[in-house]
Ligand binder design. Sequence first.
Ligand SMILES: NC(=O)NCCC[C@H](N)C(=O)O
Length: 291
Amino acid sequence: MKNYGCQSMAAPMSRVLMRRPGDSLRQADPHLWNYNGYFDPEKAIAQYQALVEMVEATGAEILWLEDGNDGLSDGMFTRDASLITKAGAVLLKMGKALRAPEPESHGRAYAMANIPVLGRLTGEALVEGGDTLWLDEHTLVVGLGFRSNREGVRQLNELLNPHGIEVLGFDLPVWSGETACLHLMSVISPLADDLYLVHPKLIPAALWILMKQRGIELIAAPEAEFHDSLGLNLNVMPFSPRDCVMIDGFPGTRAVMEAHGVRVRTFEGDALCMACEGGPTCLTNPILREA
Ligand SMILES: NC(=O)NCCC[C@H](N)C(=O)O
């Protein structure tokens, strides 16, 4: 039986790649890494543990990457450095230069776990996993901004077309600037194959049209909470269709999801997620999702 394969955003997750924050985060220079005033490493580590317990309670197996005091404090955002497909893993190439060593560290973990590496991005290509979204198992959408570019989409097509996957790129806006983190998944969170939570104003219009054509229902989170949470209210990760986790403190966003039949679990994420610009989708890289 295969122990990897994920070409869906919300099918039941039974295996996931994670990296517990440790000394690298404790020693991170917040100015260098663009962490804001909410940053508190000890509190962040405790908040991360609450997320781990929630993942474990679903029965999902966690494949661990070690911190090892390697100075890669963003390494806890395992979503970004590799992409799992049914044909193997693709080691991506980071738009944030400080994160450049992360894809190869994923490669080492996959080798130890007997997960084949299908390929890696090279040269000028950039793609971070937070910019990728499976619209269906044959269609991967990539947000193009400061973290992902057209050469990345070209190389992904070269690697994935032989496996029946088409990769489409859509431009993202500048928004908060070059050093901030705006991924496609910062403005869209799939909650089920046919239900996405969105921040409409930042969604590429052509992608909006495509999602509507696919019959996906788009539900908008309250705009005030998007601003108050620094966008993290919208970072919602499904364990399985309509069973999700988000950070605590944004009841309006929670209510719109619950009104659509979604079970919402929460954990405190100010010192971890709001501080370091990444929520539960970024902190997890699902390795196996199957209906
Ligand atoms: N997928 C995500 O949205 N990841 C969040 C990454 C945050 C990290 N501090 C970064 O700037 O790359």
